[in-house]
Design a binder for this molecule. Structure first.
Ligand code: NDP
Length: 274
């Protein structure tokens, strides 16, 4: 009988998770059934219980349910605890275990797949939502020189910096980034601005010779930000498809204790979405 997993979210139609988990399962000959489940915040808890009672062994969780999933878990990993959100769930010994693989997936994609180190780098991180929160712990673990955190709602940037309480993490006023008169090595977009084709108020000089990473992924492999950055002298500008695959691989390992190969899956997905 197939092992049943699902991804919960709202909206969920666009999710690429089934494709990548089928590719991982094939590597190990695992008979997998991976579905997409549309769930609003109101019904998520009930649907999760039902999924388990019908034989589901685990699940992924995406926007806007990650914080809610964290609250529902009976046990969480350190990564989830730091992020206060969960993107991967599994049931074990009647417990609901949760982890967050977003941050580790991001670091793996940036530092290994794209060969861009974070250690001793000066970083501009945009956003203070679930995505930014998820990657902040693993990002700081890489010992960057400085992380400037800017968010449209400044108060959320201040609160997130207070929560992590690190000397090399400083909140920035989103509209006043030009006061940062220094070279930025890595610009990370963890806002959902690209979804609306909105551009962020990043001064042009910051793009020069920078590495730009947009967490959003798109059908063309480009986002408004990556295109804008390249035109302004960014050394490299990539979307978040690699992060998606890497966080998925870490989730797969959480369920099956097997580490899938990711490069072929990133290549196949890139061809599929472009
Ligand atoms: P949230 O809804 O939790 O947070 C949204 C963030 O974007 C907030 O900081 C919000 O600012 C900001 N924002 C929204 N619209 C705008 C805008 N027009 N201009 C400036 N800032 C804006 O979303 P997530 O953090 O979960 O997701 C953010 C992005 O990251 C999404 O595109 C998502 O798809 C992507 N992502 C990709 C992953 C991957 O594997 N590649 C994994 C996780 C996320 P404010 O606080 O002011 O509202």
């Amino acid at each position: 009988m197939s092992i049943h997993l699902t991804v919960f979210g709202d909206p969920i139609e666009h999710s690429l998770s089934p494709i990548l988990h089928y590719a991982f399962a094939q590597q190990f000959g695992i008979d997998l059934l991976y579905t997409k489940t549309h769930a609003s915040k109101e019904v998520f808890s009930q649907m999760l219980t039902e999924f388990y009672s019908y034989g589901g062994i685990g699940a992924n969780v995406t926007v806007p349910l990650k914080e809610h999933a964290f609250e529902l878990c009976t046990k969480v990993t350190d990564a989830a605890n730091l992020a206060k959100s969960v993107n991967t769930l599994k049931w074990q010994d009647e417990q609901l275990l949760g982890t967050n693989t977003d941050g580790a997936g991001f670091v793996q994609d940036l530092t290994v797949n794209h060969h861009q180190p974070l250690e001793h780098q000066t970083i501009l991180l945009l956003g203070a939502g679930g995505g930014a929160r998820g990657l902040l712990g693993p990002l700081l673990d890489q010992n960057p020189n400085m992380v400037y955190l800017a968010n449209r709602t400044f108060e959320r940037a201040i609160n997130l910096c207070d929560e992590f309480d690190r000397d090399n993490l400083v909140p920035m006023d989103f509209e006043r980034l030009d006061v940062l008169d220094q070279k930025i090595d890595v610009i990370i977009n963890a806002t959902s601005s690209s979804l609306n084709q909105d551009l962020l108020p990043i001064p042009d000089f910051m793009f020069v010779d920078s590495f730009v990473y947009d967490l959003m992924y798109s059908e063309t492999g480009q986002t408004p930000l990556t295109q804008h950055a390249k035109l302004r002298g960014a050394r490299h500008a990539v979307d978040g498809l690699g992060m998606l695959v890497e966080q998925g691989a870490l989730g797969f390992e959480f369920w099956f204790d097997k580490k899938p190969e990711t490069q072929s899956v990133i290549r196949a997905l890139s061809q599929q979405v472009t």
